[in-house]
Design a protein around this ligand. Structure first.
Ligand SMILES: [Zn+2]
Ligand SMILES: [Zn+2]
Length: 163
């Protein structure tokens, strides 16, 4: 697991569905989660959520207005979802663990979602039975230890923002 897993397409851009909001990711994410938990299924209305974790200051709002909405989360500590004020599509989130320092960008809002395939599948205990996972990507029934899975460069970047 190294950054070479992501051929360098950066910066990459994305936006909401009404086209009012455009944003830019300046560089490679720290790690990309494919989460199969019930909460992500409910929030996305689909089988899983795809979140690219990146330093918040590497996500730049280019156009449009966003609003921050607090919603409950599985941890009980809540999640802040950043949405377009017009179409209300969710663009990225902040979770209690890393707070405002890390943005969880919703990969499906990128112009090229294929640029960021999952680095890990989590909460596969609630994975929908018809979703088949590729054997080469790590998968965990619940969660995992970043220290064992993230590339050294991503761990260093995380230390730099979270201490
Ligand atoms: Zn919109
Ligand atoms: Zn989830």
């Amino acid at each position: 697991m190294t950054d070479s897993a992501h051929p360098d397409p950066f910066p990459i851009e994305g936006g909401c569905t009404c086209r009012a909001v455009r944003y830019r990711m300046a560089g490679a994410p720290l790690f990309v989660h494919c989460c199969h938990c019930r909460w992500c299924q409910r929030e996305s209305g689909s089988a899983f959520a795809l979140n690219a974790m990146i330093e918040a200051d590497r996500v730049e709002l280019l156009e449009g207005e966003v609003e921050r909405l607090r919603i409950p989360s599985a941890s009980g500590k809540g999640q802040t979802v950043v949405r377009c004020t017009r179409c209300r599509v969710a663009l990225w989130s902040h979770y209690a663990g890393s707070g405002d320092a890390v943005s969880f960008v919703r990969v499906g809002t990128l112009d090229d979602p294929a640029a960021l395939p999952p680095d890990v599948h989590i909460f596969t205990r609630s994975k929908l039975p018809w979703v088949a996972l590729p054997p080469e990507v790590p998968a965990f029934a619940v969660y995992y230890e970043a220290a064992k899975l993230w590339p050294a460069s991503s761990l260093a970047r995380r230390r730099a923002i979270l201490g």
